[in-house]
Design a protein around this ligand. Structure first.
Ligand code: AGP
Length: 610
């Protein structure tokens, strides 16, 4: 999951490339580099480490020029070193390439190139593309790239420049996103909209297999067979992003946790009519008649979005009485689901670029199943390739650990459930209105929790040096246990496992001793007594219990060592509140451990490779 940028125009290219890379840093941040063409010379500077380091080096020794490409890396092949950083070049340093994706047949291509006398100097898969283009390049970069692409298997979004055929950038994509920003006398490239939205709101979303030839005044697009095609320029309505800012918060993750109440309130205002009779979804593109006939829902997603999908299962089965299964996308994409015309496949993805989830909707479409996606990133590949899309409107989420997108996904699922329940007559209008009124209390409940973090600080203080955590939940909050464990492990590097509490006796209880903190979601709901029994099991083995509990519950204090109280809320909506103290617990523990909260090691925000 890397980020690539490109520019061709009349401005000083170094700073434009660096600014674009800074906006893409959440896609990968273990090394970065740029290449420019300046007075006929190809210049390259690349550096392991954060983009800031490269920026400092370029300040002292700028490359210059008005045409260039850049890359920020999440290492797939080859360690994050200067040598393995992009851009990569050919034997003669005539051309430079940046690439996001994985070339699955690179070993065989590499062997052949070495036999043909090429000298390859890195451990990356990308470098072989540069040498293949060199092999085919006489003086037409476009045809050399087209010949090269026919040999590649795997995924790529790539940009190439050459001093032998200057004044243009050749680009192509296959299963990795690539966008052209259309300017006046200049053009831009990026993996993602936010990288260039401050420069233009006119975008061309390259499709799989297409090749682009970009000059400062021209954009030509070709299909896989090399025939020219008419590009579709989309005018994005996004307010111009001034670029993600922390707005005084120490980390993007903390800012995004605190944005949640406002997002919930804004989305409710956007989607629910004032009289609470109507819920609007602008891009579902599936008729009410078809929605009413759906007899099976398959939700497929990854990570936190998969956890949201698990909550969706309980909701849809409870209120729509529709058989709902949830699958991890990397498994779903290799299944051969038994599904018919009345099956709906729902993808959930914050980035809308997750390779496995994208592959999942392509599998669904190959079986003529209806696809509806929940996405946060507008105009993302998953959004564009789905029949219908529901944007969760959480705004750009920069922290790698997903927080506001998760609760926004849950809200979208709550509203969908109510809307479809009424449509399918499995939910009365009266009940629907009651549920909406309860949703409207969530922002103030969240603010209350954000204003009272004392007990969370105490837990972070006491347990930040722990090596292992268990998170237990049942029913609607089994996904909450999984989500709490994922938040903690991905930003604090503590081994944390989420488990269905009823599974304790089937193995995990063996892990419990006085060194094991166990987070139990034990709200005053239909499984409360069962959760109290689990807590007593843990206490009997000297385990430490942190209970996420309901305000006013005095009984739980008798059993738990710590209580993180949340306001009482309808059971099926409780995951959206119970997530908040767990996000904060993970955040404060990670801070105390000195971890890089926004850019945790080994991870990236958008997993655009398999
Ligand atoms: C969540 O905190 C992680 N960053 C990760 O599990 C993420 O949810 C997963 O990669 C799915 O991403 P998506 O929602 O953009 O598809």
């Amino acid at each position: 999951m890397c980020g690539i940028v490109g520019y061709i125009g009349s401005k000083f290219v170094d700073s434009l490339l660096i600014a674009g890379l800074e906006r893409l840093e959440y896609r990968g941040y273990d090394s970065a580099g740029i290449a420019t063409l300046n007075k006929g010379k190809l210049k390259i500077k690349k550096q392991a480490g954060k983009i800031q380091l490269l920026k400092q080096i370029l300040k002292e020794e700028p490359l210059g020029g008005e045409l260039g490409i850049g890359h920020t890396r999440w290492a797939t092949h080859g360690e994050p070193t200067n040598k393995n950083a992009h851009p990569h070049t050919d034997c003669y340093n005539d051309l430079a390439i940046v690439h996001n994706g994985i070339i699955e047949n690179y070993e065989e291509l590499r062997e052949k190139l070495i036999q043909e006398g090429h000298t390859l100097s890195t451990d990356t898969d990308t470098e072989i593309i540069a040498h293949l283009v060199e092999k085919y390049l006489k003086n037409d970069l476009l045809s050399a790239v087209q010949k090269t692409l026919k040999l590649l298997r795997g995924s790529y979004a790539l940009a190439i420049i050459s001093r032998k055929d200057p004044d243009k950038i050749i680009i192509s994509r296959w299963e990795s996103p690539l966008i052209i920003g259309v300017g006046k006398g200049e053009n831009f490239l990026a993996s993602d909209v936010p990288a260039i939205l401050n420069l233009t709101s006119k975008m061309i979303f390259l499709e799989d297999g297409q090749v682009g030839l970009i000059t400062k005044n021209q954009i030509k697009i070709y299909d896989r067979q090399g025939s020219p095609i008419k590009e579709i320029v989309r005018q994005l309505k996004w307010e111009v992003l001034r670029g993600p800012k922390k707005d005084g918060y120490r980390h993007f993750m903390l800012k995004e946790i605190h944005e949640q109440p406002a997002i919930i309130r804004d989305v409710l205002q956007r989607r629910v009519s004032r009289n609470r009779q109507e819920i609007y979804f602008e891009n579902i593109n599936i008729s009410d008649k078809k929605l009413a006939k759906i007899d099976r829902i398959i939700i497929q997603a990854c990570g936190t979005s998969w956890h949201a999908g698990l909550v969706g299962k309980y909701l849809f089965e409870n209120y729509l009485r529709v058989h709902t299964e949830v699958d991890i996308s990397s498994e779903f994409r290799y299944r051969n689901p038994v599904a018919g015309g009345d099956t709906l496949v729902m993808a959930i993805s914050q980035s809308g670029e997750t390779a496995d989830t994208l592959a999942g909707i392509r599998l669904a479409k190959s079986k003529f199943l209806q696809v509806l996606s929940l996405c946060n990133s507008i105009e993302s590949t998953i959004a564009r390739e789905s029949e219908g899309v529901i944007y969760v409107y959480a705004g750009p989420e920069i922290g790698v650990a997903s927080t506001k997108a998760y609760t926004a996904e849950l809200l979208a699922l709550f509203l969908l459930t109510i809307n479809w329940g009424v449509l399918r007559k499995s939910l009365s209008l009266e009940k629907a209105r009651e549920m909406i009124e309860e949703l409207e209390k969530i922002p103030s409940y969240m603010n209350e929790l954000l204003d009272n973090q004392k007990s969370i600080y105490e837990c972070a203080d006491q347990y930040y040096q722990t090596q292992n955590f268990l998170f237990l939940g049942r029913s609607f909050n089994y996904p909450t246990a999984l989500e709490g464990a994922l938040k903690l492990k991905e930003i604090s590097y503590i081994h944390a496992e989420g488990y269905a509490a009823g599974e304790m006796k089937h193995g995990p209880l063996a892990l419990v001793d006085e060194k094991m903190p166990v987070v139990c979601i034990a709200l005053k709901d239909s499984v409360y007594n069962k959760m109290v029994s689990n807590i007593q099991e843990v206490k009997a083995r000297k385990g430490k219990v942190i209970a996420v509990a309901t305000q006013g519950d005095e009984e739980i204090k008798k059993y738990a060592d710590h209580c993180l109280f949340i306001p009482p809320i309808r059971e099926e909506f409780s995951p959206i509140l119970a997530a908040l103290p767990l996000q904060l617990l993970a955040y404060h523990i990670a801070i105390k451990r000195g971890c890089h909260v926004d850019q945790p090691r080994n991870l990236a925000k958008s997993v655009t490779v398999e």
